[in-house]
Design a protein around this ligand. Structure first.
Ligand SMILES: Nc1ncnc2c1ncn2[C@@H]1O[C@H](COP(=O)(O)OP(=O)(O)OP(=O)(O)O)[C@@H](O)[C@H]1O
Ligand SMILES: [Mg+2]
Length: 277
């Protein structure tokens, strides 16, 4: 059976430089432990995908990395800085270096598409509004939308369009790093393929580092340099897929070596010399 997306598995980067360092992270809600001494590095320029069962703490991990949730203990450094120790102005400057596309869109329903995309720029108060509008339109075009979508409300958009507006907003401040939480969930195979191609193009053009949570094996295989597996409240391993599948763990068996996984992984039988970074 033909794979949905052109698959060329990527190797890890030759000269990895960590830009996110999560160390000994513990996160508890009351008695419930989500993360228990979890470690993770993300390297500049890579696409790192995070997989794990539903409720394993993928979104919670992203939310702690971007400072929307505080860890119970442990440390997180982004671009060499600890967001928890920064004064407000420095924290805002650091935050402007990344963008996040949320799992459920998180667009403001009362704002038009263009105003949603313009919002992070308006909050910065660094540009006149006509320039902000022009820049927001460019972002919309960058993600495959157009001026005719600009005045629509989120409720008038298809699922795929909502994902694209979320991405345009994440790119609003021209970040070096983007977080994508389930970017293709709920999209039909074609919209999902288009979205994967878009992420790949933006990654190459903008030199982005991408941290992506996804359940979609085809998306994962098409885009990732490395995959981090969240299981047993930790990152079990963060490695290229062809190394992960050798690990003897029930989640890995179920996820990568079930029927869908095997089918997607068939495409990974590519000689090492043909794997591109
Ligand atoms: N604010 C909160 N208060 C209490 N429990 C929470 C809170 N946020 C998350 N949790 C719990 O933490 C666990 C991890 O949630 P999280 O949303 O990170 O999972 P996930 O891996 O992203 O799942 P999914 O694949 O379904 O999106 C879940 O059991 C969830 O109920
Ligand atoms: Mg989630």
């Amino acid at each position: 059976m033909k794979a949905r997306v052109p698959i060329k598995p990527r190797a890890p980067l030759a000269q990895p430089e960590p830009i996110i360092e999560v160390r000994d992270l513990v996160k508890r809600y009351g008695d419930f432990t989500v993360h228990d001494h979890l470690d993770l590095d993300v390297m500049r320029g890579e696409v790192l995908s995070i997989v794990g069962g539903s409720g394993s703490g993928k979104t919670t991990l992203l939310r702690q990395i971007v400072g929307l949730e505080r860890p119970t203990s442990g440390s997180i450094r982004i671009f060499g800085q600890d967001p928890a120790s920064l004064p407000a102005a420095a924290l805002q400057a650091l935050r402007n270096r990344w963008g996040m596309q949320f799992q459920h869109g998180a667009l403001f329903s009362a704002l038009s598409v263009i105003d949603n995309v313009a919002l992070p720029m308006r909050e910065l108060r660094a540009l006149p509004d006509d320039l902000i509008c022009k820049a927001a339109l460019l972002k919309l075009e960058m993600v495959g939308l157009s001026a005719k979508d600009a005045d629509k409300r989120p409720s008038d958009l298809s699922g795929g369009m909502i994902k694209r507006v979320g991405l345009a907003r994440a790119l609003s401040l021209e970040p070096e790093l983007v977080f994508l939480d389930e970017p293709t969930a709920g999209l039909d195979p074609r919209a999902s393929d288009d979205y994967v191609a878009l992420i790949d193009e933006l990654r190459a053009e903008l030199g982005l580092t991408v941290v992506m949570v996804t359940h979609d094996l085809d998306t994962l295989i098409a885009l990732s340099n490395r995959v981090a597996v969240l299981a047993d409240r930790k990152v079990l391993a963060a490695a290229p897929i062809w190394e992960l599948v050798k690990i003897d763990h029930p989640f890995i068996h179920e996820y990568f070596l079930g029927e869908r996984g095997r089918r997607a992984l068939l495409a990974l039988r590519v000689p090492a010399s043909e794997q591109e970074s």
